[in-house]
Design a protein around this ligand. Structure first.
Ligand SMILES: [Zn+2]
Length: 146
């Protein structure tokens, strides 16, 4: 493989693929029909199969019910992060309402980020069950030749 190719593969790390809503098997195809997280009409519309490698995106009926756990964890992690950031930047005190400002702003951010988090949860969930397959292209060729 050429040097360029290697760098390209490195860029497509596990986290990169999950954050960019790419198929976890080939890390190339988009799993959602719309690229934008804010096209709310079709927020969770997914391709049945990865448009690049053909990986199924719904492994079994009701597969995405489990995303509730992921989205809950993301919510907790995100709130913990803003809590610490707020603590460092502004601090907390019992003598004023700084805590409630954090609560309000955190809540607002959660709301704004919700569409993105919902999609990210699905992307992560799928990536827990489908692992990256370096030779997806070759394997797809084999299937075609049978
Ligand atoms: Zn794929």
């Amino acid at each position: 493989m050429s040097k360029m190719g290697n760098q390209e593969e490195k860029r497509r790390s596990y986290l990169w693929a999950a954050l960019h809503m790419k198929c976890p098997r080939c890390r190339r195809g988009n799993i959602f029909e719309n690229k934008s997280s804010y096209y709310l009409k079709n927020l969770l519309g997914m391709h049945r199969n990865c448009p690049v490698c053909g990986q199924r995106t719904e492994l079994e009926p009701g597969f995405y019910y489990g995303t509730a756990y992921v989205s809950y964890s993301l919510t907790v992690a995100f709130s913990a992060f803003t809590f610490v950031a707020w603590w460092v930047l502004f601090g907390f005190s019992t003598e004023d309402n700084r805590f409630f400002w954090w609560l309000g702003i955190n809540g607002f951010l959660m709301l704004v980020l919700q569409p993105f988090l919902m999609r990210l949860s699905r992307s992560l969930w799928l990536s827990f069950f489908v692992s990256y397959n370096e030779s997806w292209m070759a394997e797809n060729e084999d299937k075609k030749n049978v």
